[in-house]
Design a protein around this ligand. Structure first.
Ligand code: CAA
Length: 395
């Protein structure tokens, strides 16, 4: 519970979950006949999470948020924000399924937000405003995505899947948001997914340029509004469509805004933020918060230090903001559970990955049951008359 006068607002807990299966880039490069160093060194990716047939954004989201609710209870959660680019319904919020699976009380508002990879950050900022208005309340922000590009396209190597759950509260145990946000919106077609497609369309090189331009603009707005100079930030968590993008982005920021980029300074700022993303792949809305989890778990000298966060959603909307890591933060981390979520995934060969990719859910309104493949706590059991049926497993 918050004290009489909260000292600040921000992230109180952070938990993530991923999928049953994993495809390594070594296996992908064997299929493609590419040099594996293009993936390991060139884009900084070693593996990608692959959902089982009974996993989706809802099952990952509930798996990520379950431990948060278990630790803190649900009594103070009055809002659940579900951020995703991979929505499963054009009308119903995926958060309502999560609300049901986790047995949350009915006195909660639930809503889904969309803006490519950015919307979880919008959710975090809206949540902070809500708890500022009533510090007794908490907000559960869940980011969950499965990134899919066309088979054999350049983007395929950057696929992935994960969900991150953030509990936003007064007097947070992990990160207190501090200072202004630098914002930037521009209508650009760098990456998008029309309603009739299950894979994203992307102009790869243009998307990288659009990301970097948005970073520079958001950073300039952040500084113009009183944000701290880059030297005051112990590290920066970037949205990572692939993990080398974090290095590329910070190098660009230093070159454009500080007149030069010392490779050691770039590595110091982002080196500890990529550990999860390089093994899980692009998780769109969750990616920047997986970077934050990796940083908090990897650096035990962050207490009292400011870290930057850069969120980018193609299309495009970007935000640069900062948060101060709270004393004692390491007592509240979920390092063992997160490492287990990564290591317990079952490696699949290319043919199995392809079968999983090509298994489409029926759309004819019939009744279908799905085999149990997931090792997670919730599954999509089937489809009946266009209704998705979710259920807990015995895990
Ligand atoms: N050894 C080491 N490095 C190698 C190599 C090798 N054998 N072969 C290539 N490389 C390097 C290249 O030099 C290149 O490095 P730079 O980025 O520093 O130039 C890097 O590996 C990638 O090589 P290519 O440019 O040849 O790779 P590609 O043509 O396959 O395309 C990509 C790369 C454009 C990122 C593609 O993967 C893609 O389209 N991805 C999806 C879009 C994306 O992720 N965009 C990022 C910004 S948009 C965003 O952030 C939103 C979002 O989540 C989608």
């Amino acid at each position: 519970m918050p004290s009489e006068r909260p000292t600040g607002f921000g992230i109180h807990d952070l938990s993530f979950a991923s999928t049953r299966f994993v495809l390594t880039h070594a296996e992908l490069s064997r299929h493609r006949g590419d040099d594996v160093s293009k993936y390991h060194a060139g884009i900084g990716q070693r593996a990608m999470s692959v959902p089982a047939v009974d996993e989706d954004i809802v099952t990952m989201a509930a798996a990520a948020a379950g431990p948060v609710v278990e630790r803190h209870g649900a009594d103070n959660i009055r809002t659940l924000v579900f951020a995703t680019e991979t929505s499963v319904d054009q009308s119903k919020s995926a958060g309502v399924y999560v609300h049901s699976l986790l047995g949350l009380p009915p006195q909660i508002r639930v809503v889904e937000l969309k803006q490519a990879c950015y919307s979880a950050t919008a959710g975090l900022q809206f949540a902070t405003a809500l708890v500022h208005r009533d510090p007794d309340q908490q907000v559960l922000v869940i980011a969950s995505d499965v990134s899919r590009y066309d088979l054999d396209s350049p983007g395929e190597a950057t696929q992935g899947a994960a969900a991150a759950a953030l509990l936003v509260s007064a007097d947070p145990a992990l990160i207190r948001l501090e200072g202004p946000s630098g914002l930037f919106t521009r209508d650009v077609m760098d990456f998008w997914r029309p309603n009739y497609r299950s894979t994203a369309l992307v102009k790869g090189k243009e998307s990288v340029t659009a990301y970097l331009q948005a970073l520079e603009a958001a950073w300039q707005d952040y500084r113009a509004r009183g944000g701290v100079p880059h030297g005051d930030l112990r590290a920066v968590c970037y949205h990572q469509p692939y993990s080398r993008m974090a290095h590329k982005a910070h190098r660009y920021l230093l070159e454009r805004c500080a007149g030069g980029a010392d490779p050691l300074a770039v590595d110091r700022a982002v080196g500890l933020t990529t550990g999860y993303n390089e093994l899980l792949g692009n998780s769109y809305t969750a990616s920047v918060y997986l970077a934050l989890a990796a940083l908090l778990e990897g650096d035990d000298e962050l207490a009292g230090r400011l870290v930057g966060l850069f969120s980018y959603g193609s299309g495009s909307v970007a935000e640069f903001f900062a948060g101060r890591v709270q004393p004692g933060y390491r007592d509240h981390l979920r390092t063992a559970a997160h490492q287990e979520a990564v290591t317990r995934r079952w490696p699949v060969d290319y043919a199995t990955y392809r079968d999983l990719r090509e298994t489409l859910l029926p759309t004819d309104g019939g009744h279908y049951s799905l085999p149990q493949q997931t090792a997670g706590p919730f599954r999509l059991a089937g489809i009946r008359g266009h209704e998705r049926i979710y259920e807990p497993t015995d895990r």
